[in-house]
Ligand binder design. Structure first.
Ligand code: TMP
Ligand code: MG
Length: 225
């Protein structure tokens, strides 16, 4: 029994309609079934999904209203709310990892930076300013960036319902994500071709995740520390 092994923190990032939610669910199932045999802890989940923004909290409800254009907020204020929504869940992330549960998160701090910093031509939302409130959050062991061309994503169902689902916004977001990937580095940031069919995307993700699942004896680090 490996009761000392912590859980692994995996993040799936990407543009709107890049297939993140589907792949998060698949990855959780796959980790779950791969670890069931090895685990003696019966029904204890070995992997759980998380989703950012978490729209169920008080802060999350403000974010939800903003995204559905039911409210307007200053761009700095909404940026800080998205970040606060992660900080309010940081203790839960740490507790889950410490208890040996792997987390697969649908978006994280990188979306926070990318969607706000893409506004910077008009405002003071510089890359550095957007990054600052995310410094110190639990760092993912691996981020899988589901890369899809904005013009492909916008053909997918449901596109355009929420505030940032516009091709020119998504194009700028993708550029900021590229910069973030360079900063994080190839050992913790992997680009997956999300234009492929779902099964192939799932297999590409799985191949990158397997080695990371074995690497559970180093401590959880913090973003940009
Ligand atoms: P969702 O569609 O995955 O629920 O995400 C909602 C939108 O919010 C999406 O367009 C990305 C954006 N977003 C931010 O602007 N900042 C953040 O910190 C996060 C997590 C998402
Ligand atoms: Mg969305």
């Amino acid at each position: 029994m490996s009761s000392l092994a912590r859980g692994v923190f995996i993040v799936i990032e990407g543009l709107d309609r890049s297939g993140k939610s589907t792949q998060v669910a698949r990855l959780v199932d796959r980790i779950q079934s791969a670890t069931t045999d090895a685990s003696s802890s019966g029904s204890t989940p070995r992997a759980v999904p998380l989703k950012f923004p978490d729209r169920t909290t008080a802060i999350g409800k403000m974010i939800d209203a903003y995204l559905r254009s039911e409210s307007d907020l200053d761009d700095h204020a909404i940026h800080l709310l998205f970040s606060a929504n992660r900080w309010e869940l940081a203790p839960k992330i740490e507790a889950l990892l410490a208890s040996g549960t792997t987390i697969v998160a649908d978006r994280y701090a990188f979306s926070g930076i990318a969607f706000s910093a893409q506004k910077s031509p008009h405002l003071n939302l510089t890359f550095e300013w957007c990054k600052a409130p995310e410094i110190g959050l639990p760092a993912p062991d691996l981020t899988l960036f589901l890369d899809v061309k904005p013009e492909i994503a916008m053909q997918r169902g449901g596109y355009g319902e929420e505030r940032y689902e516009k091709q020119e916004v998504q194009t700028r977001v993708r550029q900021v994500f590229e910069r973030i990937g360079e900063e994080i580095g190839a050992d913790r940031w992997v680009v997956i071709d999300a234009g492929q069919d779902r099964d192939k995307v799932g297999d590409d993700i799985w191949n990158r995740v397997v080695p990371v699942l074995r690497d559970t004896h180093k401590p959880v680090t913090r973003l940009w520390h």
